[in-house]
Ligand binder design. Structure first.
Ligand code: HEM
Length: 576
């Protein structure tokens, strides 16, 4: 009797197992865009079944196995089978609408194997050509993404229809597991986001930015002196320059050394974030149920990492803020966004906790959002100057004609220095800092050029492709500041990269862009007036050609193979 039961359950198990294999194989054959005479190759999942699971099941299913377990396994396999068929049918449901083109993908898995893992903007731009469409559609396990590869599509959807396109995708790994939900760059388009954005904007709108001029001048003089002393560490000096400005603006905190405690804190929190917000980096963003897997479960490394990283995330938000509150109580706090707002909103020694949370969150995000991005801009600008000495000379001549080598350039000189300004704009275009900006999410189904944009889809502008589009920027790979100088360029002025995606689009456009541009402007104008940027020379006196290479990621960072781009011209002078 018992032998019979064991044999029956074993038969059922084998039957359901092969049934599942057949279903998966059949679904893959149906959906696979294979050519006529091409042999069918099985994707990863099939291989896993045939190579590993099948022998293991064979072992388990010997008639000596425990029948009840085998029965349960059979039921599970049947459930999986049914689920696979259901998902397949759902994906293939007849749509009255037409999705934009894109790589075909596989049933159930969609484009999981097509998603590019590095320099994805290049692949997206190639696909736009291949499918002859500026709008591309991708689907991973049913989660849909629309990539906008042209200025026309990005401005039409993200700017003009911004009331529908200003949400953010869910970002399970970053927000729900690593604790970044307080960062308003990640927040959904809700009242909570609006209150954060308003608080930030009131303080950092262009007419309020002159309040930061003194600090920007001061840290620029320190920056020039540091370059003189250790030019080979120019990269660290740039980071300290931009980091000092944002930390002063946020908390009134003065950065004194390159290995400053706050900067270190921010880096620890930021590095994992930059890793995980990468497209396709986390399966949990495509399969939300995975977030419930316990951290001890084999293979759930992402949960273990997230728990560790979440501690740094909260430290970044809380430690500087608590220190500031102590400084306010002791009467030693300097003027800053957080200090001014805390004082303004405190009545009889009490502040509404919701208001305090907004100040804490907005201050906490400033270093995160503003340091790597602004540093990347100055980095790429230096790289361009080392590569194009004639452009550098022209910018230096313009500066010399205004400041006459008697002082450092100042913000009042800015409108008289259009060519210097143009070098900065051209850097934003030539080396886009955030090549895919940040993803938006469309809230309601929409239509663009006859294509359906499904509700809930992630909408990603390919800023790199837009800023390298020949139609707007002829010879897009050439560094040519004349594009942005009135009356110089033969074809007329080309569109300003600030309005073509360098800082994102619509209601989510970067609110720190003017602060960032001011910091970068004072740094580059001061470098032009005091140094020559040139390629480094090796020990034998040979010029080292800097390779133009960029780190991959959310924020694109130039790294060069030169030891120092500086050649001292004359000492930095005191600011006016
Ligand atoms: C050159 C430097 C910078 C670049 C290239 C840059 C770029 C961007 C981009 C592309 C976005 C996303 C826009 C979108 O979703 O369409 C963004 C958002 C944001 N940036 Fe910047 N940024 C820079 C500097 C700064 C600075 C200095 C700060 C703060 C002091 C800052 C604060 C923010 C914030 C808070 C957001 C989130 C806005 C929201 O979601 O509503 N950024 N930035």
């Amino acid at each position: 009797m018992s032998t019979n039961l064991t044999q029956t359950s074993s038969f059922l198990f084998r039957f359901s197992y092969w049934h599942l294999i057949l279903v998966i194989t059949a679904l893959n054959r149906v959906g696979r865009p294979h050519k006529k005479h091409q042999p069918i190759t099985f994707p990863i999942l099939d291989c896993i079944f045939f190579k590993h699971i099948n022998p293991a099941f064979d072992e388990v299913c010997r008639p000596t196995s425990i029948p009840i377990l085998t029965m349960v396994s059979s039921a599970t396999l049947y459930s999986l089978c049914t689920l696979a068929v259901c998902i397949y049918l759902w994906q293939r449901r007849p749509r009255t609408s037409r999705l934009p083109p894109g790589p075909k993908g596989y049933p159930l898995f969609g484009n999981v194997w097509d998603i590019p893992h590095d320099h994805s903007w290049l692949t997206y731009a190639k696909w736009a050509k291949k499918y002859n469409s500026d709008v591309i559609h991708l689907n991973v396990f049913g989660a849909e993404t629309i990539v906008l590869n042209s200025l026309k599509a990005a401005t039409e959807l993200l700017d003009k229809r911004s009331s529908n396109y200003s949400d953010r995708p869910r970002m399970i790994m970053a927000n729900e597991l690593m604790g970044w939900e307080w960062d308003f760059a990640h927040m959904p388009y809700t009242d909570r986001w609006r209150r954060h954005r308003r608080s930030f904007h009131q303080y950092f709108q262009p007419r309020n930015l002159s309040a930061y001029y003194p600090v920007q001048r001061k840290v620029t003089v320190t920056f020039l002196e540091q370059i003189l002393q250790t030019p080979e560490h120019f990269s660290a000096h740039i980071r300290q320059h931009v980091g000092s400005i944002v930390l002063r603006a946020a908390y009134g905190y003065e950065v004194k050394t390159e290995d400053d405690f706050y900067i270190d804190l921010a880096h620890k929190a930021m590095q994992p974030l930059l890793l995980v917000v990468h497209a396709g980096a986390n399966m949990v963003d495509f399969i939300p149920a995975l977030k419930h897997i316990p951290a001890w479960f084999p293979g759930a490394t992402f949960k273990k990492n997230a728990e560790i990283w979440a501690r740094d995330t909260l430290k970044l938000r809380d430690i500087p803020f608590e220190n500031l509150k102590k400084a306010i109580a002791e009467g030693t706090a300097e003027q800053s966004y957080a200090c001014d707002n805390l004082e303004k909103l405190t009545v009889d020694g009490v502040i509404d906790p919701a208001e305090e949370e907004i100040i804490r969150n907005c201050a906490g995000i400033m270093y995160l959002a503003g340091s790597d991005t602004s540093a990347s801009l100055v980095h790429s600008w230096l790289l361009a100057m080392a590569h194009y000495p004639e452009i550098q000379r022209k910018a230096q001549e313009e500066i010399d004609s205004i400041v006459e080598n008697s002082r450092l350039p100042d913000f009042n000189d800015r409108s008289s220095l259009p060519y210097v300004e143009a070098t900065l704009l051209e850097t934003l275009r030539w080396a886009p800092i955030t090549p895919l900006a940040l993803p938006h999410r469309v809230m309601q189904e929409d239509e663009y050029e006859g294509y359906t944009i499904p509700a809930g889809a992630t909408v990603t502008p390919n800023v790199w492709a837009i800023l390298h589009c020949e139609e707007y920027y002829p010879e897009p790979f050439k560094f040519n500041p004349d594009r942005f100088v009135k009356g110089v360029n033969k074809g007329g002025l080309q569109p300003d990269p600030i309005s073509t995606g360098a800082f994102g689009f619509g209601r989510r456009t970067c609110p720190g862009r003017y602060l960032a541009l001011n910091s970068a402007w004072i740094a580059v104008a001061s470098i032009l007036s005091t140094y020559n940027v040139s390629k480094a020379i090796d020990n034998e006196g040979n010029v080292i050609e800097p390779l133009i290479e960029y780190e991959d990621g959310l924020v694109r960072y130039a790294y060069y193979t030169i030891s120092s781009p500086f050649k001292s011209a004359h000492l930095p002078q005191k600011p006016p």
